[in-house]
Structures are given as C-alpha cells and as structure tokens.
Design a binder for this molecule. Structure first.
Ligand SMILES: C[S@@+](CC[C@H](N)C(=O)[O-])C[C@H]1O[C@@H](n2cnc3c(N)ncnc32)[C@H](O)[C@@H]1O
Length: 212
C-alpha cells in the first residue's frame, strides 16, 4: 500500500522533478561525480534512476547502464532526457526480485531512493547478487541527521506540499548491513550544499566493495 503511494506520488512529481528547486537533488549529482568520476566500468546498474538526472554521467563512466525504477512517469521522463544506445531502462519494483544478471555488473548506484524502502536488507542482497566480485556499491542518500529534523522527500502539487512516505535508516544500519551481506567499506563521507547553513550534513555517501 505504502509502496503504491510512493509510486503514484513520483508519477505526479515526474513532470516537475527536474525543474523544481531541490538542493538535495543537486548535491547528489555533485557528490556522485566527485566519488565516481575517476572510475570506469564495463557495465553498471542504476537503482532508482528517476528522470535520469545521473544517467548521462553514468554513461560516461560505464559502457553499459541498466537503469531501474518503478514509476512510469519518472521513466518516461528519463527516456525523453536520455538518448543513448548504451543505456537501457526497465520498470522494476526494487522491493521485489530484480531482473538483473548475477555477478554481472561492476558498479551499482543508489541515489536518493533508500528513504522510501523499509527493508534495506533486500536491496543490499540484490546488489550483492548482481555485482561481480570486487564490484562497487555506491550509496548516496539523504543523511539520517536531516531526517531526524523531519525532512523527507516532498513536492508542491497545485499549492499543496505532498510528503512522500519515508523511513529513517541510521548510519549504523547501512554499515552493519553492508558487513553482514558481504561488502567491505571503502569510503564514507558526509556532504553539505554550499547554501546549507545548518551544522548537520545533507547527504551521506558510502562506497562499498563486494568481497568474495
Ligand atoms: C528522489 S528520486 C531519485 C531519482 C534519481 N536517482 C535522482 O537522484 O534524481 C527517487 C526515485 O526512487 C524511485 N523509487 C522509490 N521506491 C521505489 C521502488 N520500490 N522501486 C523502484 N523505484 C523506486 C522513485 O520512483 C523515484 O524515481
């Protein structure tokens, strides 16, 4: 039920997602380029691609990109935004089994999606299954410190603020899950936007590596 509401709300947000003022969306783009920009891959998975904000960048660091999302509206926008024969899109509910090859990808990237997923264990297990040994799992998410203050993904629909259902995942949850599923932590960072004047960070990033 909640998953369906998230899907419907992203369908509604899809037309304005790219043009709305959104410092978190913009900071995620910057941090992702900062962490992954020096890498190159043959094949990668984008977990929750939305309108394709990061997809063109991913296509510059990976020869093949498989981008998954469950919102028809967001995917339709992504297909309009991205014209690249090396990128494929698939409509997938990430809380179910993923249509991905096992041991098939060198990078999996999750950007601003995990706040909408209650059971992170499934996401970590599917990312682990899909990645090759030594493959990287990059996570860039709204920092839980910010969630503690009541912030969650929201958009303005005809003058009404729509808050999209969200779950808080503490930093320790990410770290423990990564370890239990079989990832090694390579890097963890906390990021603020240049316009942020609060003491707490806006985004948490983790770079994990699949161990044998
Ligand atoms: C805030 S947007 C982020 C999109 C993109 N990664 C970005 O950084 O702009 C969150 C995306 O997660 C997707 N999403 C949320 N829950 C999902 C689920 N269970 N399965 C697939 N996609 C989901 C939404 O449809 C939406 O496109």
């Amino acid at each position: 039920m909640t998953t369906q509401l998230v899907q419907e709300q992203y369908n509604q947000w899809s037309e304005d997602y790219d043009s709305d003022e959104n410092l978190t969306r913009d900071l995620d783009e910057t941090t992702t380029k900062a962490i992954l920009g020096t890498h190159s891959f043959n094949s990668m998975l984008e977990i929750g691609c939305g309108t394709g904000k990061n997809t063109n960048f991913f296509a510059t660091i990976s020869n093949h990109v498989l981008s998954m999302d469950f919102s028809e509206g967001m995917l339709e926008k992504a297909k309009r935004n991205i014209d690249n024969p090396h990128v494929s899109f698939t409509q997938t509910d990430l809380t179910e089994d993923w249509p991905t090859k096992s041991d098939g990808y060198e990078l999996a990237s999750c950007n601003l999606i995990l706040e909408h997923i209650e059971d992170l264990n499934h996401i970590f297990e599917e990312a682990y299954r899909s990645l090759k040994i030594d493959g990287l799992f990059f996570i860039s998410e709204l920092h839980p410190f910010r969630q503690y203050t009541g912030t969650q993904a929201n958009f303005n629909k005809d003058g009404v603020i729509e808050r999209i259902p969200a779950y808080i995942h503490n930093v320790s949850e990410y770290l423990k899950l990564g370890q239990s599923v079989g990832f090694e932590l390579l890097k963890m960072d906390e990021w603020k936007h240049e316009y942020d004047n609060k003491i707490y960070p806006r985004i948490l990033t983790l770079l994990l590596k699949k161990k044998a």
